[in-house]
Design a protein around this ligand. Sequence first.
Ligand SMILES: Cc1cc2nc3c(=O)[nH]c(=O)nc-3n(C[C@H](O)[C@H](O)[C@H](O)COP(=O)(O)OP(=O)(O)OC[C@H]3O[C@@H](n4cnc5c(N)ncnc54)[C@H](O)[C@@H]3O)c2cc1C
Length: 397
Amino acid sequence: MTHPVLIAGGGIGGLAAAAALAGKGVPSVVLEQASQMAEIGAGIQIGPNGFHCFDALGIGPQMRKTAVFIDALRLLDAQTAEEITRIPLDAPFRAHFGNPYAVVHRAELHQLLLQRCIDSGLVDLRTSQSAVSYSQDGTSVTLHLSGGDQITGRALIGAEGLRSAIRAQMLQDGEPIVSGHTTYRSVIPVDRMPEDLRMNAATLWAGPKCHIVHYPLKGGSVFNLVVTYHRDVAEAVSGRSVTHEEVAVGFEHIHPSARAVIEHGSDWKLWVLCDREPVSRWTEGRVALLGDAAHPMLQYFAQGACMAMEDAVALAVAFDSTHDVETALARYQAMRMTRTARVQMNSRLIGDYIYHPDDAKAAVRNEVMQGMSPQDWYDQLTWIYRSNGLPPEMGGI
Ligand SMILES: Cc1cc2nc3c(=O)[nH]c(=O)nc-3n(C[C@H](O)[C@H](O)[C@H](O)COP(=O)(O)OP(=O)(O)OC[C@H]3O[C@@H](n4cnc5c(N)ncnc54)[C@H](O)[C@@H]3O)c2cc1C
């Protein structure tokens, strides 16, 4: 009997991997530490490359039904309230990149992936299973779980996010890098959003050491607010409730219109962002990493979940290309390494030079970006948005 592929972690990356493998007829077991399969947080931006993945994962039609198709990505100067640039997400954008740009609800995406796994009949979903370590002998791999249980598979995919135990054993590269940047998130009903800001767009106010993002969600009935500030915090935090006063500290220097966004938020939750340096190896024999476990990044390119889904699609294509598991995982890593490293690096650069610069650097940003046409933006973004992350010989577009 052929063992299934083991997938540690049932987030967007782990479920996408299971769904993609099932699409190629490969059975898997997903082991999630939480007591139920769920996703926290609200909105998530999905570039055209994410929609290429939805289609490959078989959830394209459903995602198109629930997504909010925004009209533009807008960048405003948070000190002057002037628009610096705008990328229209209209028909020419969709034609150029082969798919739209949209915002979706995380829970809806997670639920559709989960349903896809269930419907396939090839995915064994297990909750309250915490991965601790692995061992392998050249013919199989065994995942050791907390509590002493173990499970054997033909391959193991570590998809347990930023603090992956599989990564810790494989790469022994210590704790993630704490950026010190605090991100506060809130969702408010549309009628609490200032009327002049109820645009069908993802709007980003860029200011010194801070930025504010807002966009409509759930059919436009609510607005997703994301407020980021460099507070040089040393401790990583994920989803802790904080007071409104804490969120507002330090925004005295920005324009009242931008500040008004913060004033209308409530039930704020805090994340202290972390990433890692890109690495060139995240496979070892029958074990590979996927998603944030492999290439955690700052959120500034809005690509972490998109990269996790691209990984999943590439993993399934690699398994479909050979019966040898180690060859498949080596191919998977080869397909994904430079692209994901490039996104990790760009995520930091976007933070430093587009979202958070001050003074002369901000003036350079404004001058350069004010002169950019939609076609200039298409040229800048083609490598990420038009591609599905696969090489041409493996079905790449
Ligand atoms: C503020 C913010 C905004 C973002 N915005 C965007 C965006 O707009 N667009 C975008 O594409 N991306 C965005 N991202 C990034 C995106 O959320 C992540 O990259 C993506 O969720 C990673 O998915 P994952 O499945 O790899 O990891 P995770 O989502 O972290 O999932 C890991 C899963 O593994 C489980 N787990 C952990 N440890 C174990 C263990 N030992 N054993 C078993 N299970 C375990 C966890 O419970 C979890 O279910 C954003 C991130 C942040 C923080």
